[in-house]
Design a protein around this ligand. Structure first.
Ligand code: NAD
Ligand code: UDP
Length: 337
């Protein structure tokens, strides 16, 4: 199948490109490079042994998107492109709605213009808001606590309307939990610009001696060790979830929301210990006040993905830490992005 990946040179998009290419699909990457590097395209060709088409463009450019979809004979789209930093979204809501919501509208217009109805969308567990019960299943009420989360929720709701309007649409909203790790080659991975917002890249930089200590945001949560609990999922497992979603959509029209998580929660201190064990480095940390907006615990009920997509996560914490550490060291040596 010919598949377009918006945001295809980004963290999750690039790993998904590997999985799709290795499954025999032809992949076109479409990205404005606002948060990624064009060298990823060469790394992907190296990993998969086949060149990959890259189009530099913005998803808000419906004309370029339409031309790209038509020229490449695209049959399905996986929509990763968007801005994703929660804190930044509070300061720049207009940018977030323009990129994420307006960008998705423009993508839908382009898809409509060339009669492509199969779409997999990168949603997030953030659409569940403050958990009312755990584990989070797909029937949990949705809400948003910041513009980033609200943009995801708006898009999901918009996609539901679109799917209801015409039976030719086949749409999967994949609600990711906490993606971490990297491809085994260490050629691609997560390279945050500046100070990392997320736990895993921060831990990796502390282990590498680039930062002095991890700040653990609160140890007074109602969790077993008092630190925040999340459902960390290996990015390669997540990538395979997209392939499974495409397989599912081949036989199912309409709108579908599916969690992609492991079903298991790990605390911040468990992550620190796992990383120390795998890397052989110490990860000094200090306890600081809670980060505003954080919830105590968030983890998935992953049964729907297993039942409907035939997918479940295979890789554990050790694999996540090992691949992150390998990518961290390779990045320091300057041989990847
Ligand atoms: P990323 O920033 O690495 O990748 C996103 C890509 O989209 C980047 O390459 C960026 O250059 C591109 N992009 C942004 N705006 C664009 C635009 N207007 N036009 C064209 N390209 C544009 O992020 P990621 O971690 O790979 O996330 C991919 C998707 O998954 C995002 O939609 C994100 O919200 C969602 N998601 C990510 C996480 C996570 O923790 N990483 C969790 C839940 C959901
Ligand atoms: N966290 C932390 N220090 C950091 C970054 C994150 O203690 O420097 C904690 C955070 O409070 C949460 C967990 O690690 O409990 C995961 O945070 P992350 O930002 O990676 O993901 P999210 O909050 O989006 O689930």
């Amino acid at each position: 199948m010919n598949i377009l990946l918006t945001g295809g040179t980004g963290y999750i998009g690039s790993h998904t490109a590997v999985v799709l290419a290795q499954a025999g699909h032809d992949v076109v990457l479409y990205d404005n490079l606002s948060n990624s590097d064009r060298r990823v395209v060469n790394h992907l060709a190296h990993i998969t042994g086949r060149p990959m088409t890259f189009v530099e463009g913005d998803i808000r450019d419906a004309e370029l998107l339409t031309r790209t979809l038509r020229a490449a004979g695209i049959e399905a789209v996986i929509h990763f492109a968007g801005l994703k930093a929660v804190g930044e979204s509070v300061d720049k809501p207009v940018e977030y709605y323009a990129n994420n919501v307006q960008g998705t509208i423009s993508l839908l217009q382009a898809m409509q213009a060339v009669s492509i109805g199969t779409l997999v969308f990168s949603s997030s567990a953030t659409v569940y808001g403050e958990p009312q019960y755990l584990p989070l299943d797909e029937k949990h009420p949705t809400s948003a606590t910041n513009p980033y989360g609200r943009s995801k929720l708006h898009i999901e709701e918009m996609l539901l309307d679109v799917a209801k309007s015409d039976q030719r649409w086949r749409i999967a909203c994949l609600r990711y939990f906490n993606p971490v790790g990297a491809h085994d080659s260490a050629l691609i991975g997560e390279s945050p610009r500046g100070i990392p917002n997320n736990l895993m890249p921060y831990i990796a930089q502390v282990a590498a001696g680039q930062r002095q200590a991890l700040q653990v945001f609160g140890d007074d949560y109602p969790t077993p060790d008092g630190t925040g609990v999340r459902d960390y999922i290996h990015v390669m497992d997540l990538a395979r979830g997209h392939l499974a979603a495409l397989g599912f959509l081949a036989h199912h029209a309409g709108w579908h929301a599916v969690n992609l998580g492991t079903g298991h929660g790990s605390s911040v201190l468990e992550m620190v210990r796992a990383f120390e064990h795998v890397s052989g480095q110490s990860v000094p940390y200090k306890i600081t006040p809670r980060r505003p907006g954080d919830v105590a615990a968030c983890y998935a009920k992953a049964d729907k993905a297993a039942r409907e997509l035939g997918w479940s996560a295979q890789l554990g914490l050790e694999d996540m830490c090992r691949s992150t550490w390998k990518f961290q060291r390779q990045s320091e040596s300057g041989s990847s992005r």
